[in-house]
Design a protein around this ligand. Structure first.
Ligand code: MG
Ligand code: ZN
Length: 220
């Protein structure tokens, strides 16, 4: 068996819902609905849409936003047990997320071990929140992803690794196409069926543990 490596999404996967949408719904800055529509219609890229949405929020609301995000986020059942299982089996787990560091880190900090968190970062030195893109697309991707999951996989994967992608949405699809095996829910599950990508549906991380046991041939 090749060495398995897990690339796991955050919003809608580790957490039950999307945190950016929840933050925008709660703090409701002028003009955010239009930006959401433009991203969904693909009139603007995810990177442009997310950057503009956060630029509508003053830096002074950071504490309030973080407190809201931590209070609001519900972690999907079995996440810690899943990390324990992967750790015991020597399987690295990377979180790859189109979310932002300032709310992901406080939500995820009590869980572990995690081998790395790859997401967008933020700058609070101006008047409004500025999003930065340390994981933007490499020369093999032209989608203007913001946080480019296929690029991160190319950077992290060791030759011959057995790549497992866990996710739920459109931003996971390109990563899923590069994976050896996918654990999918919601939109990603439908797309995996459509593209005939080998996958299994999941609802909790206990489902993911069971799937790993079968898929990686480990009985533990
Ligand atoms: Mg997601
Ligand atoms: Zn990309």
């Amino acid at each position: 068996m090749r060495q398995p490596v897990i690339f796991c999404d955050f919003d809608g996967t580790v957490t039950e819902k999307d945190n950016i949408i929840a933050i925008m719904n709660e703090f409701g800055p002028e003009g955010w609905d239009g930006l959401k529509e433009a991203v969904l219609n693909r009139t603007i890229s995810i990177r442009e849409g997310v950057g503009k949405m956060f630029s509508l929020l003053p830096v002074t609301s950071k504490k309030e936003i973080v407190e809201f995000a931590v209070r609001n986020a519900r972690i999907r059942h079995g996440f810690q047990e899943f990390l324990d299982y992967a750790s015991k089996e020597g399987i690295p787990v990377y979180i790859v997320s189109g979310g932002i560091d300032f709310f992901i880190e406080p939500i995820i900090q009590q869980f572990g071990p995690i081998d790395g968190v790859y997401c967008n970062s933020s700058d609070f030195s101006g008047k409004t929140i500025k999003i930065e893109w340390p994981n933007s697309c490499d020369d093999q991707c032209s989608n203007d992803c913001g946080c480019c999951k296929p690029s991160i996989m190319r950077k992290l994967e060791q030759t011959g690794a057995y790549k497992i992608v866990i996710g739920d949405s459109v931003t996971d699809l390109e990563a899923a196409k590069k994976a050896d095996f996918v654990l999918a829910r919601d939109y990603l599950k439908d797309k995996c069926e459509e593209w005939e990508i080998p996958h299994r549906p999941f609802e909790t991380f206990y489902d993911c543990i069971e799937a790993l046991k079968t898929e990686t041939g480990v009985k533990g």
